[in-house]
Design a protein around this ligand. Structure first.
Ligand SMILES: C[S@@+](CC[C@H](N)C(=O)[O-])C[C@H]1O[C@@H](n2cnc3c(N)ncnc32)[C@H](O)[C@@H]1O
Length: 195
């Protein structure tokens, strides 16, 4: 029987294939900390993860999850919008980030009206593009099924199609349940030969 893997697992597989010990990574939406834990494991003790969320609850959840695995020292948690990530990452990491993950929408188990907003999402994506190293990757998991998420996914697609193809390759992976409301995964790869 064919195994169904979720878009989240696919995002982890793709990002995991890029990360190695010592890398720097960004989790643009901490939420409950699942992606941060995955990134912290992948970059190992020599690496570091910078994580962002606008809800204190997300930082607490993520910190607790990291504590359970004694990985809290590998992560800097920022109570800030991902749109401001350039102000929070040390300048020396500009152009040196190996991977960035965005998991859009709302914090599961919390207020569903606090969702990512396309304007700040696009600012953050552009910031992340400039932070990425050559041969690095960014994943964006979008959920058109909730109010506001449909417009966000639509504008995200338009944004990805406008990316300079000399620098970036982008693809959209649809879920098995191919409905307009089903989640979709954007994968943006920065090209290696940019000099
Ligand atoms: C689907 S959840 C993320 C799931 C998370 N990556 C995980 O592994 O559990 C989306 C998160 O985005 C956060 N968010 C919304 N707007 C944001 C912004 N401008 N900057 C950073 N995080 C934001 C929400 O507070 C929420 O926690």
């Amino acid at each position: 029987m064919m195994k169904r893997i979720s878009l989240l697992e696919m995002a982890h597989d793709i990002v995991g294939s890029y990360l190695k010990p010592g890398d720097i990574a960004v989790d643009a939406t901490l939420g409950n900390g699942h992606d941060t834990l995955f990134l912290a494991r992948s970059v190992a003790a020599e690496g570091h993860v910078y994580g962002f969320d606008i809800q204190r609850q997300a930082l607490i959840k993520t910190y607790q999850r990291l504590l359970e695995h004694d990985l809290q020292r590998r992560v800097t948690l920022c109570l800030a919008s991902h749109a401001d990530m350039l102000n929070h990452l040390p300048q020396q990491y500009n152009g040196r980030i190996a991977a960035a993950m965005f998991n859009l929408g709302y914090l599961p188990g919390a207020d569903k009206t606090v969702i990512t907003q396309i304007d700040s999402t696009l600012l953050a994506l552009n910031a992340a593009c400039s932070l990425l190293a050559p041969r690095a990757v960014m994943t964006v998991l979008a959920y058109p099924g909730h109010a506001g998420g449909d417009l966000e996914a639509e504008q995200l697609l338009a944004w990805s199609q406008r990316l300079d193809s000399a620098c970036f390759r982008s693809e959209v992976i649809l879920s098995n349940h191919d409905k307009p409301t089903a989640p979709r995964l954007f994968v943006i790869r920065k090209q290696a030969d940019l000099l």
